[in-house]
Design a protein around this ligand. Structure first.
Ligand code: SF4
Length: 192
């Protein structure tokens, strides 16, 4: 199977349609040329509606963290966006539900195997960190604080959601120490 066929199969996937409150709508951005991979969580309701990944306040903050314009961020030859679950999983009492557990086992390894030009993987939140950094500490705070252990190939980030404003205030080292280095690295990769 070619990579193009694989991506077409993902976009047509209905594996867990019976439990998706709004039905399947895989939201991803992928091209074999991508040099930065963003491994996120799952689309929210707004992104489910638009079909555009990170088309929300979380995306605005993530682009700022990476130092990328919207045009650069949505250039699939530069950035691949593969959340742990490709479809909106619904919401519960404390926000969106976790990514559907069927998704990553069905698709992730084969998609990642095709992304041979990736130089930096940006790993957002606990579910992506459990997959991409299996030996990391359990808590997101500890994992992000230990970011230099996987640098420069992999960088763990907290979720850029406005829900994490308190986390950002409590961890000022994230903005002063990590973000300048991350922006510099992304600029280097973008420049080729
Ligand atoms: S979440 Fe993943 S496994 Fe479930 S229907 Fe969407 S693409 Fe398929």
């Amino acid at each position: 199977m070619t990579f193009v066929d694989l991506v077409a199969d993902v976009r047509a996937c209905t594996i867990c349609s019976a439990v998706l409150p709004l039905g399947p709508r895989p939201v991803l951005q992928v091209d074999r040329a991508a040099r930065v991979l963003i491994a996120g969580q799952a689309p929210g309701r707004k992104v489910h509606g638009s079909g555009v990944p990170f088309d929300d306040p979380s995306g605005d903050r993530l682009r700022d963290w990476l130092g990328l314009t919207p045009a650069e961020f949505y250039d699939p030859a530069l950035v691949a966006i593969l959340p742990m679950g490709f479809c909106y999983p619904g919401s519960g009492g404390s926000g969106d539900l976790p990514p559907r557990p069927e998704c990553a086992p069905a698709w992730r390894e084969r998609l990642l195997a095709g992304l041979t030009n990736v130089q930096l993987t940006v790993v957002i939140g606990q579910y992506a960190q459990a997959w991409h950094l299996p030996n990391a500490p359990k808590s997101v705070t500890e994992t992000v604080a230990a970011w230099e252990q996987s640098w420069p190939e992999v960088v763990p980030l907290p979720h850029p959601s406005p829900r994490n404003n308190l986390w950002l205030r409590r961890n000022p080292w994230f903005a002063t120490d990590l973000l300048p280095v991350l922006r510099h690295r992304v600029a280097e990769i973008r420049a080729g």
